[in-house]
Design a protein around this ligand. Structure first.
Ligand SMILES: [Zn+2]
Ligand SMILES: [Zn+2]
Length: 279
């Protein structure tokens, strides 16, 4: 059952700010993702070889690597929601390899089965496929399983995200609820894709680059951040190699740092939810 903790409240708050077309867009995306995931889980549970390989892979991974797998899963899940609020920093959701997806889906299923019945996984590993198969069929027949239609697909999404975020913050002993974060460099792919614009004479007199405090000469090409702030290319490239935020307004660009990226996406949701007074 879903606990209404702050994580859940923030995600629900962000969902509540979506317009009906955005909500139906998101539901559509989540439905097709959930079908894809179900197909993968069914293949895992019906193929002894694939199942054994995936279990062996999970066993070979350290706790840190398992946390990374779950974190990447969180990032691609958060992406679907966050891009509705920040189309400016749209970066394609990270591609997940099929074997990583299988590993993370099996890991989550194992966690769920364990939570449901802590003794279930005491059985020898050879029995796990059968046990999980039974557990999976049972959950498919519950409310959030049936047909995974509109409302229930959103409920499962919120539940899954809450569970994973809680896991990641426990493992990394960090809280994504807090606004403070470590400094992380902006993602290289995003930085190279930033547009170059020509400085034009405007009403406001000469424009200054806040990094070097020097004027940006008219008709010179400078870098425009998604928040519309302008900087000398040399200055901003050096800046973004250390942090992913705009020096003027702290607008955050995507980062390749897994936990930094979760933090960034989380802040996007937290901001929209708190702006509307929903958290
Ligand atoms: Zn400068
Ligand atoms: Zn800015």
């Amino acid at each position: 059952m879903m606990e209404l903790d702050t994580t859940t409240t923030t995600i629900m708050g962000a969902l509540a700010t979506l317009s009906p077309p955005q909500l139906s867009d998101l539901t559509h995306t989540l439905l097709s993702l959930s079908h894809h995931h179900r197909r993968r889980i069914s293949s895992l549970l019906s193929s002894p070889i694939l199942f054994a390989l995936t279990i062996r892979r999970l066993n070979s991974l350290s706790l840190h690597h398992k946390t990374l797998l779950i974190s990447r899963h969180v990032i691609s899940s958060l992406h679907h929601l966050a891009l509705h609020f920040q189309p400016a920093a749209k970066a394609p959701p990270p591609r997940v390899k099929l074997r990583d997806l299988d590993a993370v889906l099996l890991l989550l299923l194992l966690c769920e089965a364990h939570q449901h019945d802590p003794d279930a996984l005491q059985a020898p590993t050879a029995k796990w496929r059968e046990l999980l198969g039974k557990f999976y069929c049972d959950t498919m027949l519950t409310v959030s399983g049936i047909g995974a239609q509109n409302a229930s697909v959103l409920v499962s999404y919120v539940e899954m995200l809450t569970r994973c975020l809680r896991f990641v913050s426990a493992m990394e002993s960090c809280s994504f609820g807090g606004k403070a974060g470590r400094e992380v460099p902006a993602a290289k792919a995003v930085v190279v894709a930033l547009p170059s614009v020509e400085v034009r004479s405007g009403g406001g007199g000469p424009k200054e680059c806040v990094i070097c405090k020097e004027e940006m000469a008219e008709s010179r090409d400078v870098c425009e951040m998604p928040c519309r702030h302008l900087f000398h290319w040399v200055c901003i490239l050096r800046w973004l190699s250390k942090r992913n935020t705009c020096p003027c307004c702290r607008f955050a660009l995507p980062t390749d740092d897994v936990y930094g990226e979760i933090q960034r996406l989380w802040n996007v949701l937290d901001n929209v939810a708190s702006e509307k007074g929903l958290v």
